[in-house]
Design a protein around this ligand. Structure first.
Ligand SMILES: Cc1cc2nc3c(=O)[nH]c(=O)nc-3n(C[C@H](O)[C@H](O)[C@H](O)COP(=O)(O)O)c2cc1C
Length: 238
C-alpha cells in the first residue's frame, strides 16, 4: 500500500511475534529512511536500531526491536522528529510490520557524545494478527469541529494522526489558503515531558498532512495572532 493509504489503516501495535528482523530487512528500513522528508532540513537527526534487551520500558509489553531517535537540539527539533518518524511509522505498516511510538522508555545506554539528544523510541516488528484498520470510522478521535476553526475535510489526515496518550493537541486556523497549526498548551504541560511529547505529536499531524498532499505541502512561519492556551507551531498550504 502507498504511505498515504496507511493514514487511514495504521494503528499502534503492541503485540508482536518474537521474530526480530534480519540484517537484510533492517537495511531496507535504513534505505527507506533516505526517502523521508524532514520538516526542518537544517536539524541533524540520527537513529539506531536496538534489540529489546537494550531498552528500559515502563510498560508491560515490548517490541522485538526499536528505533532510538537522537536529534541536535535546535528550535523545532521535536516537531521535526515527529514529522520524520511518522513517515517511518506509515512505511513500516505499509510493508506489513507493526509499529508503536514509545514515549515511556529509553535506551539503557544513550549515545549522546556528538551533542545530539535522545528523543524517543519507535518500536517495530512482525505483528501478531492483522492490526490494520478499515477506515476513518475506526479511530477514537476528536470530531472535525473540535480540531479547527471550521469543519474542513482536508484536515482529516491530521485528525486521525496518533499522539501521546491520544491527546490530539492540534488546532488549525484557516487564513485564506493557509492553515496555521497550533498546539494546545494548558500551562502545566508546557515545560514537562508531556509538553515535549505534544511537540512530537504536532510533527506527526503535520506529517500526515504532508503525506496526504505530498506534491503540494509547503510549511512556513507566519505572523499570526496570539491565541490564549495555544502555541503557534507553523503554517502550511496545500
Ligand atoms: C509521541 C507518542 C508517544 C507514545 N508513547 C506511547 C507509550 O509509551 N506506550 C504506548 O503503549 N503507546 C504510546 N503511544 C501510542 C498512543 O497511545 C497511540 O498513538 C494513541 O492512543 C492513538 O492510537 P493509534 O496509534 O492506534 O491510532 C505514543 C504515541 C505517540 C505519538
Amino acid at each position: 500500500m502507498e504511505l498515504r493509504d496507511m493514514i487511514y489503516a495504521r494503528r499502534s501495535v503492541r503485540k508482536y511475534l518474537d521474530q526480530p528482523l534480519n540484517e537484510g530487512e533492517l537495511r531496507e528500513l535504513r534505505y527507506a529512511f533516505g526517502r523521508m522528508k524532514p520538516l526542518y532540513p537544517g536539524i541533524r537527526v540520527r537513529w539506531e536500531i536496538l534489540e529489546k534487551e537494550q531498552v528500559r520500558l515502563f510498560m508491560p509489553w515490548k517490541a522485538p526491536q526499536l528505533m532510538a531517535v537522537y536529534s541536535e537540539k535546535k528550535e523545532g527539533y521535536l516537531e521535526n522528529v515527529g514529522f520524520l518518524f511518522q513517515q517511518m511509522d506509515l512505511y513500516l505498516q505499509s510493508i506489513g510490520l507493526g509499529s508503536c511510538w514509545i514515549g515511556l522508555g529509553k535506551p539503557r545506554y544513550q549515545n549522546e557524545e556528538d551533542g545530539a539528544e535522545f528523543v524517543i523510541l519507535l518500536g517495530f516488528g512482525k505483528p501478531q494478527g492483522t492490526p490494520l484498520r478499515i477506515g476513518s470510522a475506526d479511530f477514537k478521535r476528536k470530531t472535525p469541529a473540535q480540531i479547527a476553526d471550521r469543519v474542513d475535510a482536508a484536515l482529516e489526515p491530521a485528525r486521525v494522526a496518533p499522539s501521546s496518550t491520544n491527546s490530539q493537541p492540534w488546532f488549525f486556523v484557516h487564513e485564506e489558503d493557509a492553515y496555521h497549526a497550533y498546539m494546545v498548551t494548558d500551562g502545566l504541560r508546557k515545560h514537562t515531558m508531556i509538553g515535549a511529547m505534544n511537540r512530537i505529536d504536532m510533527g506527526i499531524a503535520l506529517a500526515h498532512m504532508y503525506v496526504a498532499n505530498e506534491a503540494r505541502f509547503r510549511f512556513f512561519y507566519a505572523e499570526v495572532p496570539k491565541k490564549d492556551g495555544y502555541q503557534y507551531i507553523g503554517s502550511f498550504t496545500l
